[in-house]
Design a protein around this ligand. Structure first.
Ligand SMILES: NC(=O)CC[C@H](N)C(=O)O
Length: 277
């Protein structure tokens, strides 16, 4: 499809707070994007001009924030609402190859939903969560830049424009970001993710080496910061690419020359994918 035909929905409910900058990132690249309240997809109380349908869009983004106040667990309430209202459509949307992105709270939502790790291509939304984003090892909200190594070999449609093993800088801002697999199955999960080329970003230190806290801000298993599903069209990550789309959003902008912010290629990559769709 042509770039002008691409439409992106950034879904919000009470407590999401990164929808505007996520919409801006897409709009900066000439794509029609809008923040859509989940109720616009299904409520009878919404008038015709406000009502939306998931099939109006070619990409759906779950933005960062504190949806429903992070009560129960971060992302649990948003994902429960999706499950009751949109599960079938979302599953079909993913099967058809459309794009789904979850940033930070959005990653938590996709995990709670069972859409990540997304090992089963025929059942892209699992019946129950298969992994968790647990409370950070520090028990604190961690808010700062993080170094990420791009480890995907080409499956993830959101990172095709990053070189393999390239190190980029995106900020993190979360309290529940520790990638956790079922106890006793960690190695098995990791092996499956690696064999399927589903590991996208890992936390590293400033030299690009795997390192513990504070480089790994939450204690994530195997330093994992972001993964995609087995098809490569659902991507979730804890760091925020939409907060570094301009060079001057980087803390070292005065010293290091960049043509654009490190996060912009996430949005460029998926647009290029959809243009070929
Ligand atoms: N920036 C965000 O999306 C916040 C993530 C989440 N609510 C947490 O604190 O874990």
């Amino acid at each position: 499809m042509d770039r002008e035909e691409i439409r992106v929905a950034v879904l919000r409910i009470e407590g999401t707070n990164c929808e505007d900058e996520t919409v801006s990132a897409f709009r900066a690249l000439g794509v029609e994007a809008e923040a859509v309240h989940l109720k616009q997809f299904y409520s009878d109380m919404i008038g015709d001009d406000e009502a939306r349908n998931i099939w109006d869009y070619s990409a759906v983004v779950f933005p960062g924030g504190f949806s429903a106040g992070d009560y129960v667990r971060a992302g649990a309430i948003f994902s429960a609402r999706i499950k009751s209202k949109l599960r079938h459509d979302l599953e079909l949307f993913i099967k058809e190859g459309y794009a789904v992105l979850g940033i930070c709270n959005g990653f938590q939502i996709l995990v709670e939903l069972g859409a990540l790790p997304g090992f089963d291509e025929d059942r892209p939304v699992a019946d129950k969560p298969e992994m968790a984003l647990a409370i950070n090892d520090s028990s604190r909200f961690e808010c700062r830049q993080s170094y990420l190594k791009h480890e995907n070999s080409g499956k993830c449609i959101f990172t095709k424009l990053y070189r393999k093993n390239e190190v980029v800088v995106f900020p993190v801002a979360h309290a529940e970001g520790k990638v956790t697999f079922p106890v006793g199955k960690e190695e098995e999960y990791l092996q499956q993710l690696e064999e399927n080329d589903q590991v996208v970003f890992r936390y590293v230190d400033g030299q690009g080496n795997y390192a513990g806290y504070p480089w790994n801000p939450n204690g994530s298993y195997s330093n994992i910061a972001g993964i995609c599903n087995v098809k490569g069209n659902v991507f979730g990550l804890m760091p925020h690419p939409e907060r570094v789309i301009h060079p001057w959003q980087h803390s070292d902008w005065a010293r290091k020359r960049r043509d654009e912010g490190d996060g912009l290629r996430v949005f460029k990559s998926v647009i290029e994918y959809l243009e070929r769709f």
